[in-house]
Unconditional design. Structure first.
Length: 409
């Protein structure tokens, strides 16, 4: 057991909460700093609910720039772009374009897969030791493809048929009967039977409640800021007052970039806005298996007695406000694809900013400040990667991690 330290984790989303929990389990005293009234209120609140451990390919890939250009010319497309007079946006997009090649994608996919599978293993350990009440299930994940060329490319990438199964349209309908009416429009699908679903916000609350029962945990609400201190160390202020701590882990999502700037860092983080609907539907009309409609970039996950539908990437959004046109499009897609699982007109809309790096690989690293670590940039895979990212921070503090994980664009 390592020597106990007083560690402050900044950010009460799923990444920060998982990090705090892993460090508490490792014997440290942990303070979690959160600026909102409670935890999990930003990007973790109503995300897609998929724990997609085996399908972790970054958005940046060969062919994506050309495909994205066609999307940008279509109303209601999966990706929208609003260009701004913002040098950071342009730098991020240029780095994204540099990562859009098959070699880089394959390398980054391997790094994300390793992190994801470690997440799955450790989350199973946490659940077996009492963490509960977040609607966890293991129904598997089915990715359905309408475009034959995209399906062939995905099928060619399946290397372990025990982990991923290539299915015909008829087999897709057999795996998830709720999508049977869609089968004639499909080219095929990839099924990962070991993938899971859960409610990310409930997971945040479960972590909060479990930690609150630990005497070495403190939940501190307030606005944190960072600055360069004496002896090359990072100082922490909370609402303008000095906060004493041995180590700091910055895990504040999109806000991490602004917080790190006074220390001389320009983190390659950009907020990619995503949307979701949560519909209360009769259980018999909802899919049991987690499903991704690849060509429309829409995910469907049953969470208890609710159906979560999540989709879309808005590049250039200034905040997490809900665009009614995007929500209307999402309602229409859900109605066309799963008409029996509504009603969608009363489904609860949500939008959040996912903190993404250009390559899709998070930044989990020590810094030139000996008491500061980063755990940021998990993007749309925040829930999936949260536990593995927390373990990597734990290992960096222990000194047992081979190396930091960084966005190498």
């Amino acid at each position: 057991m390592p020597a106990q330290r007083n560690i402050t984790v900044i950010g009460g989303g799923v990444t920060g909460l998982a990090t705090a929990y892993a460090l508490l389990r490792d014997g440290h005293a942990v303070t979690l700093l959160e600026r909102h009234g409670d935890v999990g209120e930003e990007a973790s609140f109503a995300n897609g609910g998929q724990l997609s451990y085996r399908y972790v390919h970054p958005l940046a890939d060969a062919g994506v720039p050309r495909e994205s250009l066609s999307w940008l010319l279509q109303a209601g497309s999966p990706i929208s772009l609003r260009l701004r007079a913002d040098p950071h946006q342009w730098r991020w997009m240029l780095a994204f374009l540099r990562a859009c090649n098959s070699t880089t994608n394959a390398r980054n996919s391997r790094a994300l897969l390793q992190l994801a599978l470690r997440s799955q293993d450790e989350l199973g350990r946490w659940r077996s030791e009492g963490l509960k009440d977040f609607l966890w299930r293991q129904p598997g994940k089915l990715v359905v493809y309408r475009n034959a060329a995209k399906f062939r490319k995905a099928a060619a990438g399946v290397s372990n048929p025990e982990l991923e199964q290539v299915l015909s349209p008829t087999e897709c309908a057999r795996v998830e009967p709720a999508f049977a009416a869609l089968a004639p429009k499909l080219a095929g699908g990839i099924f990962s039977p070991a993938d899971e679903v859960a409610d990310c916000y409930r997971f945040c609350l479960s972590l909060r409640d479990a930690m609150t029962a630990m005497p070495s945990f403190t939940l501190l609400r307030g606005q944190a800021s960072l600055g360069a201190g004496a002896n090359g160390r990072c100082d922490v202020m909370v609402d303008g007052r000095a906060h004493d701590t041995d180590l700091v882990v910055l895990a504040a999502g999109v806000g991490s970039r602004q917080m790190a700037r006074p220390l001389g860092f320009d983190l390659p983080l950009y907020g990619l806005k995503g949307y979701s609907l949560t519909a209360n539907s009769p259980a018999g009309t909802m899919p049991d298996v987690s499903v991704t409609d690849y060509d429309n970039r829409v995910v469907y996950a049953r969470l208890g007695d609710a159906l979560r539908i999540a989709a879309m990437v808005d590049i250039g959004a200034r905040d997490a406000s809900i665009n009614p046109h995007r929500i209307a499009r999402l309602r229409a897609l859900a109605s066309e694809t799963l008409p029996q699982a509504g009603p969608y007109d009363t489904a609860r809309p949500w939008a959040g900013l996912r903190p993404a790096t250009p390559s899709g690989v998070p930044i989990i690293a020590r810094t030139r400040y000996p008491n500061l670590l980063f755990n940021v940039g998990q993007g749309a895979l925040g829930f999936t990667l949260s536990v593995g990212s927390a373990l990597r921070i734990r290992d960096l503090i222990r000194g047992t991690a081979a190396a930091s994980l960084t966005d190498a664009t």
